[in-house]
Design a protein around this ligand. Structure first.
Ligand code: LLP
Length: 469
């Protein structure tokens, strides 16, 4: 598995055997002593937890001013819990960062990160446009009330049915991704539709290989070095119904460096010049999403502000006239806004080896540790200010050994019945949830000012057989 510096993906995973080494014991004793003196609230001000999270007077974690022990009692576990204010604050941070440069921009929510009707509505309400990656996401966005004219349709293999749905819905833009699609879409249209061409600029961002998308060897888009992007421009120009309005490039996800974006913009500049793209054909430049987030306290991603600054300054430096700048963030809008709330069901100590703390979820609600080796923090939420004195491995309840959420987590004396929270699960948790082992997918709870509401209900055992015929 490819491991990259500057990203939390595929990062360290030490082993339980450390527990017994004297130097390790001394280090942990010291940490405990220091913590006991200074520790008040491990959550307040953390970049990993939703904004406004804190430990209350009862020693319980609060998200959106809701005590998570009360959430667990009311809604059960596991549950995805979001702070509504956090979602709004991140959207505003993007918008304000752009407004500081002028008004010719569009912030597009990449809804694959959390395709939830309430989140579509919330971001549309804040003024964001929407990126959908399938007919299903398009359906959800439209049903949630998003303006079709501000929907951008993606996909490396959009089916005829998806393209038809896009056309009938009156979506504003389709990002064409292959020669086959150019022909297919053109044939379905009876009047012109605005399209952008997805370019793979040949830039390999520093992140897990599974979520790199900018390199030449990619299933996405048209390459630069192989000349396919230039040919795609000609192919779109030759169609009667596709109206070229710009270029798109998304080089990958969970990226901590800003330099690759500058290189991407320069590469697109060279393409635009070479292809002689006029102002009409190049009204829009979509420079994708990809900004990384903090999954653990050690992660220090760039701010939304500096990410936007670098993109805007890069585009202004390279292009004249300057096209409208579009960005397409997913993870950085929703990732830190959400946590997953579990209950501890078993604690298994293997003397001298490792202690397993098993929770009532796992790889059905968070596939990221298993797919990308992603690292998460964890906290006993009902003793949230407790000293993390016990090193454990947090496992799920699935029938395989890969079902480990956090290896070597330090928890405050975990016990059966405790509530355990993993923060930063707001992106690609709910959206990649599955029913492995007949697990029912968790609800999505929105919290704000002490009020909690279910925006997606928990799946039921009945749901599991509801498609049977
Ligand atoms: N635009 C396009 C065309 C994309 O493919 C993606 C993500 C985004 C925007 C949003 O990227 P973000 O800002 O969220 O990094 N399941 C993986 C992430 C896959 C991302 C796929 N595309 C994970 O859990 O890390």
């Amino acid at each position: 598995m490819e491991v990259c510096v500057g990203s939390n993906l595929g990062s360290r995973s030490s082993h339980g055997g450390d527990n017994d080494r004297p130097d390790e014991r001394r280090r942990r004793q010291l940490v405990r002593l220091m913590d006991a003196e200074t520790r008040t609230d491990p959550v307040q001000g953390s970049a990993v937890y939703p904004l406004g999270s804190r430990v209350n007077e009862r020693g319980h974690l609060e998200i959106g001013a809701c005590d998570v022990t009360e959430l667990a009692a009311e809604f059960g576990t596991p549950a995805y819990v979001y702070a509504e204010d956090d979602l709004r604050a991140r959207a505003r941070e993007y918008l304000d960062a752009f407004r500081a440069h002028g008004d010719d921009f569009e912030v597009i929510y990449a809804s694959k990160a959390a395709p939830v009707s309430a989140i579509y509505r919330l971001f549309a309400d804040e003024g964001l446009a929407i990126d959908v990656a399938s007919g299903g996401e398009l359906q959800m966005a439209i049903r949630a009330g998003c303006d079709p004219a501000r929907i951008y349709v993606h996909g490396n293999n959009k089916t005829a049915a998806e393209l038809e749905l896009a056309i009938q819905s009156g979506v504003g833009h389709v990002i064409v991704d292959s020669f086959d699609e150019i022909q297919r879409l053109d044939a379905l249209l009876s009047e012109p539709l605005d399209v952008l061409i997805r370019v793979t600029p040949g830039i390999r961002a520093d992140t897990h290989s599974y979520i790199q998308t900018g390199q030449l060897d990619s299933k996405f888009g048209f390459g630069l070095d192989d000349g396919l992007a230039a040919r795609a421009i000609d192919a779109v120009r030759a169609t009667p119904n596709l109206r070229l309005v710009g270029l798109h490039a998304h080089i990958g996800s969970q990226i901590f460096e800003l330099e690759p974006y500058v290189k991407t913009i320069e590469a697109l500049g060279a393409l635009a010049a070479e292809a002689g793209l006029g102002a009409e054909e190049f009204r829009l430049l979509n420079v994708g999403g990809g900004l990384g987030i903090a999954y653990t306290a050690g992660d220090e991603p760039p701010s939304i502000r500096s990410y936007v600054d670098v993109k805007v300054e890069g585009v202004r430096r390279v292009f004249d006239p300057v096209p409208r700048i579009l960005v397409e963030p997913g993870r950085s809008l929703v990732g830190n806004a959400g946590v997953t709330l579990y209950e501890v069901g078993t604690v298994k100590e293997i003397p001298g080896v490792r202690t397993y703390v098993a929770v009532d979820g796992g790889m059905s609600d968070n596939l990221r540790p298993m797919l990308y080796g992603a690292r998460y923090e964890a906290l006993i939420a009902n003793r949230a200010a407790g000293i993390p004195d016990t090193r454990v491995t947090i496992a799920g309840m699935h029938c395989e050994s890969s079902d480990v959420l956090v290896r070597d987590a330090e928890l405050a004396s975990p016990r059966v019945g405790d509530l355990l929270v993993t923060p930063a699960t707001g992106a690609y948790g709910h959206s990649m949830a599955n029913n492995y082992n007949g697990m029912t997918r968790p609800p999505v709870i929105f919290c704000k000012d002490g009020d909690a509401r279910v925006v997606v209900r928990r799946e039921t055992w009945e749901d599991l057989v509801s498609r049977d015929v």
